[in-house]
Ligand binder design. Structure first.
Ligand SMILES: *Cc1c(COP(=O)(O)O)cnc(C)c1O
Length: 394
């Protein structure tokens, strides 16, 4: 079996598993309790906070633990909106290819009277900092642009976008769920005010993540209750999950350079192999993308059938985002970069893992070639294209 859906979630690493086991078994105290067992848990919690902070260039007090990336995105956006509302600023800038955790939070704000500008993403899958600058108005209270896209893997010029926002005095949030643990992220260098991350995207457990909020950024609570997380996120802390997240991030950052080099070589081999398929196209810039992300469109086929047949060949992959699968709408990300509906339907995302070898890549290339050819063999859309009844787009 080849697991090629690491953008959806990653397997738990040994370091995270060992830490989680230890904390679950031995460290069951409530961090808010004053006796020894509680304080031991509190120490683990604060140690994890310090570790995570140092790995992204933040201060420990700027890290708020959450239940994952979606919660962090929601809290960041709703917090900025609350501040904006108080100041009479009700304009937010984002992009058309954000994760739904961002897009749906913005939809909610629109219903409350906020105006949202969704910037176009260019064909290369990149947002232009100068277009962010042009879109900023007197009443803009937030810019939120994802660090790396979860479907096509393109890595945005976040440092430049952050600099634009800092200069204009507008809060800047980035959904860095796909970036943290995979590529270097430094909240100070990148001028980031708020950042979301999720453990299960870097070999940590599911259901835990964090929000970085720069000192002085006012957060609104999504969950009311006790005074945990500096009063900004109530509920007894998920100590085992948080400790495991810190262990996973520590390992991911330590291994980052070596892993990225390995994955980039595999990625480029896979891109070269799949490019040989006629009437296919890579989605997103070939170089400014995550080390492990490959995303293609194949004309004349259905992504869903492609996935089922690849599954038969032992390859676990996705047509885009796990969150939109099950719906028949083509990916909003592919539409945002200008793919037409028919082409966007024939998409395939292979997100690679560190354990993969060149042989795995070659097997995937062969399998995709066979399956695409097979599906085109009885696709009416393909027949029309070949007969010249409709023009090829790719
Ligand atoms: C996975 C993902 C999320 C959601 O994170 P969860 O921890 O699953 O809630 C948000 N944004 C991006 C870009 C993601 O890839």
């Amino acid at each position: 079996m080849i697991y090629a859906d690491n953008a959806a979630t990653t397997p738990l690493c040994e370091a995270a598993l060992v830490t989680m086991n230890r904390l679950l078994r031995d460290c069951y105290g409530n961090p808010s309790s004053l006796y020894g067992l509680g304080q031991a848990a509190k120490e683990e919690l604060e140690k994890a906070r310090e570790e995570i902070a140092s790995l992204i260039g933040a201060q420990p007090r700027e890290i708020y633990f959450t239940s994952g990336g979606s919660e962090a995105d929601n809290q960041a956006i709703l917090s900025a909106a609350a501040v904006g509302k108080r100041k009479g600023k009700r304009h937010i800038i984002s992009t058309a290819f954000e994760h739904h955790a961002v897009l749906h939070a913005l939809e909610k704000l629109k219903k409350e009277g906020f105006e949202v500008t969704l910037l176009d993403v260019h064909e290369d899958g990149l947002v232009r900092p100068e277009e962010v600058a042009e879109a900023i108005r007197e009443d803009t209270c937030l810019v939120t642009v994802m660090y790396a896209n979860n479907e096509i893997g393109t890595v945005q010029p976040i440092g430049e976008i952050g600099a634009v926002c800092r200069e204009k005095g507008v809060l800047f949030h980035t959904d860095a769920v796909q970036a943290v643990g995979h590529i270097p992220v430094d909240v100070v260098k990148d001028n980031i005010d708020m950042l979301s991350a999720s453990a299960h995207k870097f070999h940590g457990p599911k259901g835990v993540g964090f929000l970085y909020a720069r000192k002085g950024v006012a957060l609104t609570n999504l969950i009311e209750g006790g005074a945990q997380e500096m009063g900004r996120r109530a509920g007894t802390e998920n100590v085992p999950g948080i400790g495991a997240m810190a262990a996973a991030l520590q390992e991911a950052v330590t291994e980052m350079e070596a892993r990225a080099a390995h994955l980039t070589a595999l990625r480029d081999r896979l891109i070269a192999g799949l490019s040989e398929i006629p009437h296919s196209a890579l989605n997103g810039d070939a170089l400014r993308r995550l080390p492990g992300n490959v995303n293609f469109c194949f004309e004349g086929i259905e992504g869903e059938s492609l996935l089922l047949l690849l599954d038969d060949k032992g390859i676990q992959a996705s047509s885009g985002s796990a969150c939109t699968s099950g719906s028949l709408d083509p990916s909003h990300v592919l539409l945002a970069i200008g793919r037409v509906h028919d082409v966007a339907h024939g998409s395939l995302r292979l997100s690679l893992g560190e354990e993969m070898t060149e042989a795995d890549i070659d097997y995937m290339i062969q399998a995709v070639k066979e399956v695409v050819e097979y599906l085109r063999g009885f696709s009416p859309v393909w027949r029309d294209l070949v007969a010249g009844k409709a023009p090829f787009i790719l």
